[in-house]
Ligand binder design. Structure first.
Ligand code: NAP
Length: 306
C-alpha cells in the first residue's frame, strides 16, 4: 500500500450485509473511515472500531478524498450521488467516488459525466462473492471508468477483494456484473431443481453435495447456497429482492441489444413467483422452497406446477 493512498480519507455509504464487512476491512487496513447509512444502528460496530459518523452524504463528502457506496437500488444510488445533499454537488474537486452497488450501466455513465464536470473522478465497481466474499475480503470486483482513477482505487479494492479488473469505460463494471448475474440466474435455478430432484429420489443431499461439489458442477451456487438449501437455511446472504432488481436490469439491457435470453427469463419468472409467495426478504437459496412444494410422488418435473 503506497503512502499516498494511506493518506486518503475514505467515506463509506451503505452499511448493510456487504457494506459493513467491506468498510470494516478498510478500517482494519489503517485508513481514516467516515460512514453514513440510512439506519444508524447498522454503523454501531464500525463506530466502536473507530469510524466517524455523518448525518448526510454531503457532510461526509466534504471531509473525504474517496467515497465508496454500497447501497441497494439504482434510485438509492441516484439520491446519494446526484441529490442536493449528495456526493457530486458537495465533494471537493480532485475527489474520487466509487459505486460498488449493483446498478444500471446508464446511471454509472451519468454519474461519471456529472462528476467530471465538477473535477471529480468516478468508477462503477460492483462485486461478486456474496456475504462470504465480503466477510473474507475475497470479492471479485468489476470496474468501469478511467485508468488513473482505477489505479488510485486499486489499493482499496485489494483490501476488499481478490479478483479485480478494469473492464472499460464508465458502465463497463455494471455490464460485467450483469454477465455475472446472468450466469447466476441459470445456475441457482439449476441447483434448486437438481436438489429437489435429489430429495425426491430419496438421496442424502449432504452426501450428494459432498461428491458432486468436487466435480464439474461445483461452485459457489452449489457448494455454498446448495448446502444452505439442504439445511433449510434461507436467511439472506443475498436478498431475493436485490436479485430480482439485478435480473430486471440484465433483462432490459439484453432486450435493448436484441437478445432473447430464455434462461434469464425463466429465473426471473421463478423468482417473481417466489417473491409473490413472501420470499422477497429471503436469501436467493430460498428458491428451493418453490420446488419443494411440488413433486409429491408425481416426479420431480421442474415445470410441473406451471
Ligand atoms: P443491504 O443489506 O440491504 O444493504 C444496503 C444498505 O444500504 C442498507 O444498510 C441500506 O439501509 C443502505 N441504504 C440504502 N439506500 C440508502 C441511502 N439512500 N442512503 C444511505 N444508505 C442507504 O444489501 P446488501 O446485501 O449489502 O447489498 C448491497 C448492494 O450490493 C445491492 O445492490 C446488492 O444487489 C449488491 N450485492 C449484494 C451481494 C450479496 O451477496 N449480499 C453480492 C453482490 C452485490 P437500511 O439498512 O436502512 O436498509
Amino acid at each position: 500500500m503506497s503512502s499516498a493512498v494511506q493518506a486518503e480519507r475514505i467515506g463509506f455509504i451503505g452499511l448493510g450485509i456487504m457494506g459493513q464487512s467491506m468498510a470494516g476491512h478498510i478500517l482494519a487496513a489503517g485508513y481514516e473511515v467516515h460512514v453514513f447509512s440510512r439506519t444508524k444502528e447498522k454503523a454501531e460496530a464500525l463506530l466502536e472500531a473507530g469510524a466517524v459518523w455523518h448525518d448526510t452524504p454531503a457532510s461526509l463528502a466534504r471531509v473525504c478524498t474517496i467515497v465508496i457506496t454500497m447501497v441497494g437500488y439504482p434510485h438509492d444510488v441516484e439520491a446519494v450521488y446526484l441529490g442536493d445533499d449528495g456526493l457530486v454537488p458537495n465533494m471537493a474537486p480532485g475527489g474520487l467516488v466509487i459505486d460498488m452497488t449493483t446498478s444500471q450501466p446508464a446511471l454509472a455513465r451519468r454519474i461519471h459525466a456529472q462528476a467530471a464536470e465538477r473535477g471529480i473522478a468516478a468508477l462503477d465497481a460492483p462485486v461478486s462473492g456474496g456475504d462470504v466474499g465480503a466477510r473474507n475480503a475475497t470479492l471479485a470486483i468489476m470496474v468501469g471508468g478511467d485508468e488513473a482513477a482505477y489505479l488510485r482505487a486499486l489499493p482499496l479494492f485489494q483490501v476488499m477483494g481478490k479478483s479485480i479488473a478494469l473492464l472499460g469505460g464508465a458502465g463497463a463494471g455494471q455490464h460485467t456484473k450483469m454477465v455475472n448475474q446472468i450466469v447466476i440466474a441459470g445456475t441457482i435455478v439449476g441447483v434448486a431443481e437438481a436438489l429437489s430432484y435429489g430429495a425426491h429420489a430419496g438421496l442424502d443431499l449432504e452426501k450428494v453435495l459432498g461428491v458432486i461439489g468436487g466435480g464439474a458442477a461445483g461452485g459457489f451456487q452449489l457448494n455454498v447456497l446448495g448446502k444452505r438449501m439442504s439445511e433449510g437455511d434461507f436467511a439472506p446472504g443475498f436478498f431475493v429482492h436485490h436479485f430480482l432488481k439485478d435480473m430486471g436490469i440484465a433483462a432490459s439491457e439484453a432486450e435493448a441489444m436484441g437478445l432473447d435470453l430464455r434462461g434469464l427469463q425463466t429465473a426471473l419468472h421463478q423468482f417473481g413467483r417466489f417473491a409473490e409467495q413472501g420470499g422477497r426478504e429471503c436469501g436467493t437459496q430460498g428458491i428451493f422452497t418453490l420446488y419443494q412444494q411440488q413433486g409429491q410422488g408425481a416426479g420431480p418435473s421442474a415445470d410441473g406446477d406451471e
